[in-house]
Structures are given as C-alpha cells and as structure tokens.
Design a protein around this ligand. Structure first.
Ligand code: PEP
Length: 245
C-alpha cells in the first residue's frame, strides 16, 4: 500500500507572517487527517516560521529547491543541511518552472537528488512534457529522459524514499488538467522506468491544476499516489477539500 502524499507548492507567494498564518490555519483544518502525508512547501525565507507554526502537527514542510553542495561560494542558494536545520523533511527538485526559468537540467536535477538523499530529505522530483512535446507525440520519450537522467548515477538502494511528481507543463497554472486516463497512463509508464526493487513502493504524484472538483477522480487512479498542488494550495478551503477529497 502506498500512502498518499498531498503536497502544496506555494511557489513565490506569502511573506513570513502570511505563510505562518496559512500554516496555522491548515494545522487546524487538517488536524483530523491521519491517513495521508500532508506537506507544504513555502519559499525558503518562510521555512522556519512555517515549521514553527506546524510544530506538533502531522503536516511536513518541504523546500522548493536546494543546491547540491553543502556550503560555499554559491550566492543565493541554500543547501540540504540548511533546509533540514529549518525543520524540513521534504524538498521539491526540478520543478518545471526551475527548468524553464532557471536553467535546471536533468544533470543538475540528478546532483540535487543525490544531495537530498544523502541528507535524508524526501525528494519530490518533478517531470513532465510541454504542450508542444505532447502534440508531437514526444511525451513518453521526454519523461523517460527526465526520469532516467534524474536517477542516473544514484544507487538503487539509496532510492527508497524517492517521490516523483508527474506535472505536464501545459497543465500547470493553466486550469487545464490531464484527464485521469492521461495521467494514469503516464504514471504507469513512469513506474516501468524505476528500478524493480522500488517501483511498487515509489509514490508518483500528479500535479497540474488539481482543484477540489477534480482531485477525487485523479486520486482514484491506481498509479496516482497523491497530488502536488500549486494555486489551490494557497487557499485553506481548497487545499482542505483536495486533501480530504
Ligand atoms: C505546481 O506548481 O506544481 C502546480 C501543479 O501548479 P498548479 O496546481 O497551480 O497548476
């Protein structure tokens, strides 16, 4: 049985006070949820205040990015040990916005994944095709390259906590969602790309305009093991409905 993960990616939204306030509200509204893992990923500057606000709750905190080195001359970056020291247990890696706007590649994703695993952060590795790639029938090839690229040079035994998020780029922030059938097809495909020893246990989340009214039909698919939610994770009522779909 794969326990579902319902994760909110707050992207570059909320200041320190607002983020702590949203976290406190979620702590109250989601206190009765025991059957799923819930995670919120605020900006790096808010990680500590959100961790404090969520103390004594079952909601985990994740960073939206990390650098692969532990410290050094990398202005503007944060490392796995720093993320851990702010109370986090998860980290998003290779989100399509990072790939698109900040030059992340399969190679940097792989280095970041290695660093996260080394420091016992649960990595949520994002993969997904653009609209152009889907229309050219390249979706599966793109996803295969991203998954294999991320896992390259990482030993199978170290991948036990790996989480993958399938996020079709054309569905992120657009209001367009992959149909449950489209998502299930890709999730099942991603599972075939994973080493056999972890394939059945690895959680594969769906992300891309998940909303209260489509969460249930997506989550009911056999290979969809949770959601990575952007916009709707910023509204207490919407995220609560999604988590409790
Ligand atoms: C995301 O940012 O990971 C995401 C899926 O965004 P949205 O839910 O807004 O499409």
């Amino acid at each position: 049985m794969r326990r579902k993960i319902m994760a909110g990616n707050w992207k570059m939204n909320k200041n320190i006070v607002e983020a702590a306030d949203l976290a406190s509200k979620l702590k109250n509204s989601l206190s009765d949820v025991k059957d799923k893992e819930i995670v919120v990923c605020p900006t790096s500057i808010c990680l500590q205040s959100v961790s404090n606000a969520l103390a004594d709750s079952l909601i985990g905190v994740g960073a939206q990015n990390l650098h692969w080195e532990e410290s050094g001359a990398f202005t503007g970056e944060i490392s796995a040990p720093m993320i851990k020291s702010a109370g986090c247990t998860y980290v998003i890696i290779g989100h399509s916005e990072r790939r698109q706007y900040f030059g992340e590649t399969d190679e940097t994703v792989s280095k970041k994944l290695k660093a996260a695993l080394k420091h016992h952060l649960v990595p949520i590795v994002c993969v997904g095709e653009t609209l152009d790639e889907r229309e050219k029938n390249q979706a599966f090839a793109v996803i295969e390259k991203q998954v294999k690229g991320a896992l390259s040079s990482i030993e199978e035994k170290d991948l036990k906590t790996l989480v993958i998020a399938y996020e079709p780029v054309w569905a992120i922030g657009t209001g367009k969602t992959a149909t449950p059938e489209q998502a299930q097809e890709v999730h099942a495909f991603i599972r075939t790309l994973l080493p056999k020893s972890i394939a059945n246990e690895t959680r594969i989340l769906y992300g891309g305009s998940v909303k209260p009214d489509n969460a249930k039909i997506l989550m009911e698919k056999p290979d969809i093991d949770g959601a990575l939610v952007g916009g709707a994770a910023l509204k207490v009522e919407d995220f609560e409905k999604i988590v409790k779909y």
